[in-house]
Design a protein. Structure first.
Length: 167
């Protein structure tokens, strides 16, 4: 486990453009601040006891443990999460983030990927108009506006219906 965690820390900080200063910033803090939704299972959600957990949450906890710092999670909506990171409200976010636009890639540092997930399009069983992603043009698609999926729907000219979360 130590080797895996060490590799995770190396990949996390090795992927940052300004790694040494970020690393120093984080290890010199008593507590690191992490933004997450808390409503996106299995990555960030509350278990039966109400405790925040999930794959991304536990990765962040292990990272903080390895760095020797405490961790404080701040639950927020997806649309506000990256703004909170950019403004310094959060030191990092843990919420299956993909930097899909050039604007986001220029604005944020990122770790090397530590998980991979695929994307599918769900439609009602009786929906016959949609066979391909291009078929969503002009149709309504429920998305958080700034999500990766919202960007995809926008790219294919869907009519985006804004929702607070996809949970």
């Amino acid at each position: 486990m130590k080797k895996v965690l060490f590799l995770l820390v190396i990949s996390f900080f090795g992927g940052f453009l300004n790694a040494s200063s970020l690393y120093e910033k984080l290890i010199n803090k008593e507590t690191i601040s992490v933004g997450t939704e808390g409503i996106y299972p299995p990555f960030t959600y509350h278990n039966k006891e109400g405790k925040l957990t999930g794959y991304d949450v536990e990765v962040a906890r292990e990272l903080a443990k390895e760095l020797g710092v405490k961790i404080k999670f701040h639950e927020t909506s997806w649309d506000i999460m990256l703004t909170g990171l950019k403004s310094g409200r959060f030191d990092m976010v843990a919420n299956q983030v993909s930097l899909t636009t050039k604007k986001r890639q220029a604005a944020f540092d990122k770790s090397l990927p530590y998980s991979y997930s695929g994307t599918i399009m769900l439609v009602r069983k009786d929906e016959n108009r949609i066979k391909d992603i291009k078929d969503i043009k002009g149709l309504r698609a429920a998305n958080t506006l700034s999500s990766t999926y919202g960007e995809i729907a926008f790219k294919y000219d869907a009519q985006i219906v804004s929702v607070d979360s996809m949970a």
